[in-house]
Design a protein around this ligand. Structure first.
Ligand code: FAD
Length: 140
């Protein structure tokens, strides 16, 4: 007999939990207290942006949905290492060390993006908000 899982909320975390439960064969019901116009949680505020560690464009390219975007060959994505992510997160910790959960967040962030990409989530670089032009190149 398959299990029935109730997921509370429809934000990113809830959607991941629902997908994982579905994949393990459960029936899933999602409950959202917000009206339809506000469903989907807070992710609309950062315009769907997600922070994750990556080492250069080789890690990013497989995630990008429009591989024919003419800007791609002329883009410098740099890298966002786990150390950099950790140092940014520490800035919010009021002097405390990173918690085990924060370490997981950092360590699994790249894997999480790849998992989402294999579950129908499509990604695009946020040229309008996260890059600038330098010497004719889009630099993130
Ligand atoms: C203004 C703003 C700017 C941000 N900027 C950035 C950024 O630049 N970069 C970045 O990485 N992150 C940013 N964030 C954070 C990011 O949006 C959140 O970390 C992320 O969306 C959290 O996802 P979540 O699924 O954990 O929770 P949420 O998106 O908060 O989802 C929770 C959901 O549960 C529902 N819910 C709550 N209680 C109940 C209940 N009792 N019954 C039913 N449903 C319930 C809520 O209505 C909501 O839909 C920003 C957030 C805000 C608010």
């Amino acid at each position: 007999m398959s299990k029935h899982v109730m997921v509370v909320g429809t934000g990113n975390a809830a959607l991941c939990a629902a997908l994982a439960a579905l994949e393990s064969g459960a029936q899933v019901t999602m409950l959202e207290k917000a009206g339809e116009d506000l469903a989907g949680g807070n992710t609309k505020y950062p315009a769907g942006a997600m922070r994750f560690a990556y080492d250069g464009s080789g890690h990013l390219m497989p995630l990008i949905s429009d591989q024919d975007d003419p800007r791609l060959p002329n883009t410098d994505f740099g890298s966002y290492t786990k150390d950099k992510f950790a140092s940014n997160l520490l800035g919010f910790n009021d002097g405390r060390d990173l918690s085990p959960e924060q370490r997981d967040l950092i360590d699994l962030s790249g894997e999480m993006m790849r998992w989402l990409a294999t579950h129908g989530v499509t990604f695009e670089p946020i040229y309008s908000r996260q890059s600038f032009e330098k010497d004719g190149k889009h630099v993130f």
